[in-house]
Design a protein around this ligand. Structure first.
Ligand SMILES: CC1=C(CCC(=O)O)c2cc3nc(cc4[nH]c(cc5[nH]c(cc1n2)c(C)c5CCC(=O)O)c(CCC(=O)O)c4C)C(CCC(=O)O)=C3C
Ligand SMILES: [Fe+2]
Length: 352
């Protein structure tokens, strides 16, 4: 398999605490200079302490790494895979330095965030720039994959399984991370609202593929000042509205998350489930892709595709639904955040 010009794959993720002593320093990393109210930090810290001070995210990434290495071996790909996080050990900077020491010149980066937003797109590209500043290595962020069959497929399979087991009249609620409405407006470029449009497209695709009778999109994990508008409805409010409108059973599908992060196991499996129990709603949560073989194969396919693009060859760019396959290079004004003007990797010269 021709993977030139790449000589490594870098798995790029958020990072999370692994023990109680990590929790506060991790939260300080995440919120550095971001003005998250202290109240919210204490509350988020409690979510982690409830699970022994350990986030599931690092172990999930270790599983994904192992699955990727097996998939590469089975497909005759002899490319090293590295791992680096934004907010916790192993940090991106260490991964970049290790790659450079190992002689890697050009790495393709797979980010564990499928959609466009400052948090899921530009902030990672800022992190990649900072990690390689002064390090002789070039990084290329692989395209957003929210509408790739390897992402939509596992969600459709999981949702169909849950819907098939559920009583008639079950409503499917798709859930993602809430973000400030201003961040949504800037996602994909000024006024594009790519974040919400991408989620709506995935929700419609998965609902159709799973044979859902009715479906909607809701949000979890809101933070920040209550005076700043964030995307709504919150999942808990939404469950109450559904119940009031006569719904008796829901399947909850966390399409905003590639695996069972803290948001999924706390905000949905713990808090959302409790809300549903109090309302007397049947509540089942569908699986995230995790290390699903089709999701793992997608990472390889995105790498092979981008390598061909970099060599100037024409190639297939699989996508589902009405939105086109996402760009390789982001428009120069993609996912801007008025509070940040840091340099980034992966920008085109032209605006959206
Ligand atoms: C869009 C989006 C994703 C999905 C895309 C992606 O996957 O990247 C995501 C993922 C994640 N967010 C995570 C954790 C946190 N996010 C926070 C804060 C924030 N997230 C935001 C957005 C997103 N976040 C925003 C606009 C904020 C507030 C401002 C800011 O600070 O930027 C805070 C601070 C406290 C709080 O405000 O809740 C924490 C602790 C974890 C780790 C979970 C684990 O440990 O398993 C993961 C995967
Ligand atoms: Fe977050």
């Amino acid at each position: 398999m021709d993977l030139r010009p790449f000589d490594a794959l870098l798995l790029v993720s958020f990072g999370g605490p692994e023990k109680p002593d990590d929790v506060v320093p991790f939260l300080e990393n995440v919120t550095a200079g971001r003005g998250i109210p202290r109240e919210r930090l204490e509350e988020v810290g409690e979510h982690y302490f409830l699970f022994g001070g350990k986030s599931p995210i690092n172990d999930l990434n270790r599983e994904l790494l192992a699955a990727l290495r097996r998939d590469f071996a089975e497909n005759g790909i002899d490319l090293p895979i590295y791992w680096g996080n934004r907010n916790w050990d192993p940090y991106l900077r260490e991964a970049a330095e290790q790659m450079a020491a190992d002689g890697v010149r050009r790495a393709a980066c797979f980010v564990t965030s499928a959609y466009s937003s400052y948090s899921g797109c530009r902030q990672y590209r800022e992190d990649l720039y900072a990690a390689t500043d002064g390090v002789a290595i070039e990084l290329s962020r692989l395209r957003h994959y929210f509408n790739h069959p390897g992402f939509v497929g596992p969600f459709t399979e999981a949702t169909k399984a849950a819907v098939d087991d559920a009583p008639a009249g079950t409503h499917v609620v798709f859930v993602t991370h809430s973000i400030p409405t201003s961040m949504n407006e800037a996602s994909g470029g000024p006024g594009r609202e790519a974040y919400v449009r991408q989620h709506q497209s995935v929700a419609d695709l998965v609902a159709a593929g799973a044979g859902a009778e009715s479906h909607s999109l809701a949000y979890c994990s809101r933070s920040g000042s209550p005076r700043i508008p964030w995307l709504e409805p919150d999942i808990n409010d939404h469950l109450a509205e559904l119940k009031a409108s006569g719904v008796e059973s829901v399947v909850v599908v966390p399409i905003g998350f590639v695996s069972d992060h803290m948001e999924v196991i706390y905000d949905l499996d713990t808090e959302g489930k409790q809300t549903a129990d109090e309302l007397g709603l049947r509540y089942v949560r569908a699986d995230t892709p995790g290390a699903h073989p089709d999701f793992v194969a997608m990472v390889r396919e995105l790498l092979v595709e981008r390598a061909a693009v970099e060599r100037g060859e024409t190639t297939d760019r699989p996508s589902l639904g009405e939105l086109p396959p996402s760009h390789d290079l982001c428009p120069i004004d993609c996912c801007l955040n008025p509070r940040s003007s840091l340099p980034v990797v992966g920008s085109a010269a032209t605006p959206a």
